[in-house]
Design a protein around this ligand. Structure first.
Ligand SMILES: Cc1ncc(COP(=O)(O)O)c(C=O)c1O
Length: 406
């Protein structure tokens, strides 16, 4: 079969990354890995999920748990989320919440909802590579979003028109971002709102790590800032252009694939149509389990996670200060899972990974894949979420040695 003859043009944008091949080596037992941005499985609330699943499958409940259900999502979970979002400064009701199969599905749906071939999406340089992967299927053009560069709406619009489309939305990983670990300050969030207003564009706010703040002051979600603006003239979430994507993956369990979108109800309504067409609904049983565990222990469980991840972050930052040679700089995240390293300009993160796996047996993610224009070759992402303190000390020592020798 000549598959090229039947593939859609969009497949040209969907390529397996070369680093994935290298990262296959991660399963080897002697590798110290700072690569995956995933939770430590030792911290999963296993007993709580066992109880929740047993309860969901008990007589009287099992019929609903194992049956098809509504595309919007399991109502008690949407109710819990509406209260949770209200607590974050986003007053809303269940009609503003859609349950998705992880926030990754929300990114795919939002691409499908808004991007026509050649339309422009504004993203940070770097940004979450999974968002680029999701949007790429809809064949957008990317333009660099830097709230401080003073480019006005007219400049963005002209560039988008040159590419044959218009600016549809800005996508931002807002708190302890994947990959940089940085948090977008309040003033920059306000600037993005101003710009989106001027452009008539939407904002996709990816808050996957929002709950994992270790220190510093919480920054209001962009959607909360926008609601506060609208409230001055009697408006509400229904008047907002910001679409908030949340996830239980980093707080409770990624394997259950439960995330959510919070937005104006007309947006939710359209996403519901999309979900009906794509997968009908997210797993009923998984939603019931998440609803039960979230209602019983979300706050206390996340408090425990913060403590463990904070200690690992502190340990990694201390090790970097001790071990990194001159010319290397890194971010100091206030939460999340990532530290972002900038190497001397002449160094290449992918080449460093290949050497590191061969000689030092330390894994990380080269930064280039996070840049929509393929720049950023001298950057790498380290995750501190899964390594214990001894592995962090040893891994950073080896990495420092490798970089110094380059
Ligand atoms: C910034 C960001 N957004 C979204 C996701 C997708 O997460 P999930 O689909 O598990 O909710 C991830 C996963 O790593 C992420 O880092």
């Amino acid at each position: 079969m000549q598959w090229e003859q039947v593939l859609a043009p969009r497949m040209g944008r969907m390529k397996a990354s070369e680093i994935r091949e290298l990262l296959k080596l991660l399963d080897q037992p002697d590798i110290i890995s700072f690569a995956g941005g995933i939770p430590d499985p030792a911290l999963f609330p296993v007993a709580a999920f066992q109880g929740a699943l047993t309860a969901a499958l008990a007589p009287g409940k099992a019929d609903a748990a194992l049956q098809y259900s509504v595309s919007e999502g399991y109502l008690p979970l949407r109710q819990w989320l509406a209260a949770h979002m209200t607590g974050l400064g986003i007053p809303c009701g269940v009609d503003n919440i859609l349950i998705t199969s992880g926030s990754q599905q929300a990114l795919d749906y939002l691409g499908k909802l808004m991007i026509g071939t050649g339309d422009t999406v504004l993203v940070n340089w770097p940004t979450y590579m999974g968002a680029l992967g999701a949007f790429n299927a809809y064949e957008p053009v990317y333009d660099r979003l830097d709230p401080r560069d003073n480019r006005g709406a007219a400049e963005y619009t002209a560039k988008a028109a040159e590419a044959g489309g218009r600016v549809k939305f800005a996508y931002l990983s807002v708190d302890f971002a994947n990959p940089t670990g940085e948090t977008i300050p309040r003033a920059d969030r306000e600037r993005v709102l101003d710009l989106a207003d001027d452009l008539g564009a939407a904002i996709v706010e990816d808050a996957a790590y929002q709950a994992l703040r270790f220190d510093g002051e919480a920054v209001p979600p962009i959607l909360a800032l926008e609601i506060a603006r609208k409230a001055k003239t009697g408006g509400s979430i229904e008047d907002c252009r910001t679409i908030y994507c949340g996830s239980f993956s980093k707080t409770l369990a990624p394997g259950l694939r439960v995330g959510w979108v919070c937005a104006a109800s007309p947006v939710i309504g359209r996403l519901v149509l999309m979900k009906q067409a794509a997968d009908l609904h997210s797993s009923t049983l998984n939603q019931m389990a998440i609803a039960d565990v979230a209602a019983n222990l979300f706050e206390s469980h996340v408090a425990g996670l913060r403590e463990v991840y904070k200690a690992r972050r502190d340990h990694m930052l201390a090790a970097l200060s001790r071990e990194m040679p001159k010319g290397v700089s890194w971010t100091r995240p206030e939460g999340g899972m990532f530290v972002w390293i900038t190497l001397p300009e002449t160094m290449d993160g992918a080449a460093l990974l290949a050497r590191s796996l061969e000689t030092e047996r330390v894994a990380f993610v080269p930064g280039r894949a996070f840049f929509a224009d393929g720049s950023g070759g001298n950057t790498i992402r380290l995750s501190f979420s899964r390594a214990d303190e001894a592995a962090i000390d040893e891994g950073i020592r080896r990495l420092g040695r490798l970089i110094a020798a380059d």
